[in-house]
Design a protein around this ligand. Structure first.
Ligand code: RIB
Length: 340
């Protein structure tokens, strides 16, 4: 059964279309008895207003979209929660789109969001491939803010965490603990966060101890399963080449490494120390609590949403900003013992 139209409501209540519109948008402009007749007709016919059509006509949608890389990663859940707080305070709605680290899916989401003329888009891009499409959204008056990604571009706001510093903090900690054979687990390196964390770690190692080794174990994605696979590969190395510590591009990989090492009887941190990245809730709650480089996840989401709403309200007069937060190393049992 299709929903009743506004015309059927007007006919049923014996009033004009304009009176029904007034009841919906300016109820105090309608006499109480007439207003009640219209409300009764709406209830009896099951009429539901088409808010997106109204918003399109008004040119002012109340929907904001956030496109995340991986909806299964608790990092993004926390970012979304932060953005949602700000969006709802602005009497708007946040819809979540998941690119799954897939360019084609990300492109499709952006196409649909443009058609819907949403009020703005928050996005953690899969790579750099969508720049032209993001520019087009701007040209159509739909502001875009990059989340968890710096933007070297003047014409776009961004919020990010200094991942180079984050990689440095993790590496300096492992070197301080006496580790000299260290592996970096993460991938694909087309994701800037993955590349930057490695670059920060490599720079710290080069400055501190040229004799130490940093092996890269590239993963196909940033999931627990990818961490298990990477750890299984490291365990096949001859003992003399096996790393005594692993720095993981995010906590999901670190949790997979912890699971695989434990399954094969390896002691953490005595045989292998582990450091993750994000400090999601499950890091501290793991069977052997994980050390991790903490990102201010909800603050990232809140700040990105604030920048977007500012731009949506200010339009061309908006001054674009690039906000960079500092990471923090949280040391827990998975790496807290010096290498003997
Ligand atoms: O999306 C991949 C990773 O990048 C997340 O785990 C988080 O670290 C983000 O910065």
């Amino acid at each position: 059964m299709t929903a009743a139209s506004i015309k059927e409501v007007a006919r049923h209540a014996g009033v004009s279309l304009g009176t029904v519109s007034n009841v919906l948008n300016r109820p105090n402009a309608v006499a109480p008895a007439t207003r009640q007749r219209v409300l009764d007709a709406i209830a009896e016919l099951g009429y539901v207003r088409n808010d997106s059509a109204r918003q399109l006509r008004a040119g002012q949608s109340r929907t904001i979209a956030i496109v995340v890389l991986d909806v299964a990663n608790p990092f993004f859940t926390d970012v979304v929660c932060g953005a949602e707080q700000v969006v709802e305070e602005a009497d708007a709605m946040l819809v979540v789109c998941n690119s799954g680290e897939n360019d084609a899916r990300e492109r499709r989401h952006l196409e649909l969001l443009e058609e819907q003329r949403v009020r703005g888009v928050l996005i953690t891009p899969v790579g750099h491939g969508q720049q032209p499409r993001l520019d087009r959204l701007h040209e159509r008056g739909i502001p875009v803010v990059l989340v968890d990604r710096g933007s070297g571009r003047a014409g776009r706001c961004s919020v990010a965490v200094d991942d180079l510093l984050g990689g440095r903090l993790a590496m300096e900690h492992l070197l301080d603990q006496g580790h000299r054979r260290i592996a970096y687990l993460g991938g694909p390196f087309s994701i800037p966060q993955v590349a930057d964390r490695h670059a920060g770690a490599a720079a710290a190692l080069a400055e501190r101890d040229a004799d130490a080794q940093l092996r890269i174990a590239k993963t196909t994605n940033l999931t627990v399963a990818a961490g298990r696979r990477a750890a299984a590969e490291l365990l096949t190395l001859p003992a003399a080449q096996r790393p005594t510590a692993v720095f993981c591009a995010n906590d999901l990989i670190a949790l997979g490494v912890l699971q695989e090492l434990t399954k094969h009887g390896r002691r953490v941190p005595d045989d292998v120390a582990i450091v993750g990245y994000d400090d999601i809730e499950f890091a501290g709650a793991a069977a052997i609590p994980l050390s991790s480089v903490r990102q201010p996840r909800e603050q990232l989401g809140r700040t990105a949403a604030q920048l977007l709403l500012e731009e949506a309200d200010a339009g061309a007069t908006h001054r674009h900003r690039h906000v960079v937060f500092q990471p923090e190393l949280v040391i827990r049992a998975s790496s807290d013992r010096p290498r003997r």
